[in-house]
Write a protein that binds this ligand. Structure first.
Ligand SMILES: [Zn+2]
Length: 266
């Protein structure tokens, strides 16, 4: 009798546990990430996964859904780069830095720090002078080659993402543009000019709020004191408007005034 009673209690406990586990399993929905990972595992072999992850160009965050904002930071690196990298990191986002050759040489640690934190580094010419950039049809291309060489020397990495000083229109001649494209450079303009370089911090925020419309925006800011002061606010505002903030990826379709892709998700 004693043994039988024990058996009944044990059976009841086991039944209760089974019910509990079953219940929690059915209530537990797979998170989106888990779902994606399972789908990836199911549809690819281990060698596929190893091969994909070995392709440098596929690394880094990519657009997944919804509204996207690219924050692009021109004219650095500078004394402000590390602070900007830190603010981005604290908000768990990355940006794209378009760097000038001489500044990379002057602030190599800041270049490394930006890359290490997961940001994209692109180039912004040597001269930052439209008269020099467009002196011949290959001058601009040659300036970006110099930037690329400096970047590789500092970080051991490469980049094909570029931004022309003052944008690619109206100053850039067709021949200069063609030579950049033929060399594999991916030219990015912007959809939202905060005019931060000539604005106060509150004016920068006002410009952002006025012009942050559309599903795919590329925000232009610079490495300036008044911009650093509101970078955290800029990120938080974009997030509040439903934007996912992503760095420009090397394998991403470039968006510029020439190819009609600016502001369109692709
Ligand atoms: Zn610039």
């Amino acid at each position: 009798m004693k043994t039988k009673k024990k058996l009944v209690i044990i059976t009841l406990i086991i039944a209760a546990l089974v019910a509990l586990v079953g219940c929690s399993n059915s209530n537990k929905k797979l998170s989106e990430n888990e779902y994606k990972r399972n789908a990836t595992l199911a549809s690819t072999t281990v060698s596929d996964i190893i091969y994909d992850s070995s392709k440098e160009i596929n690394k880094g965050p990519t657009k997944t859904y919804g509204k996207v904002a690219h924050i692009t930071i021109d004219d650095g690196p500078s004394e402000y780069t590390d602070k900007m990298v830190e603010i981005l990191k604290n908000n768990n986002v990355n940006a794209t830095f378009f760097m000038v050759n001489g500044n990379m040489e002057a602030f190599p640690e800041q270049v490394k720090n930006a890359v290490k934190a997961g940001n994209t580094v692109g180039f912004h010419s040597v001269s930052h002078d439209i008269h020099k950039l467009y002196k011949t049809s290959t001058s601009a291309k040659e300036e970006f080659d110099v930037c690329a060489k400096t970047f590789t020397k500092i970080t051991g990495e490469t980049s094909k993402v570029i931004r022309l000083p003052f944008g690619s229109k109206p100053f850039t001649p067709q021949s200069s543009y063609d030579n950049l494209v033929a060399s594999g450079y991916k030219l990015w303009d912007w959809t939202l000019d905060t005019e931060d370089w000539k604005s106060t911090s509150p004016q920068i925020m006002a410009n952002l709020k006025k012009y942050a419309v559309g599903d795919d925006i590329t925000v232009l800011i610079h490495e300036r004191k008044q911009t650093v002061a509101v970078l955290d606010d800029i990120i938080k505002y974009l997030k509040s408007q439903g934007y996912e903030i992503l760095p420009i990826a090397q394998n991403q379709q470039e968006q510029n005034y020439w190819n009609g892709k600016l502001g369109s998700q692709n």
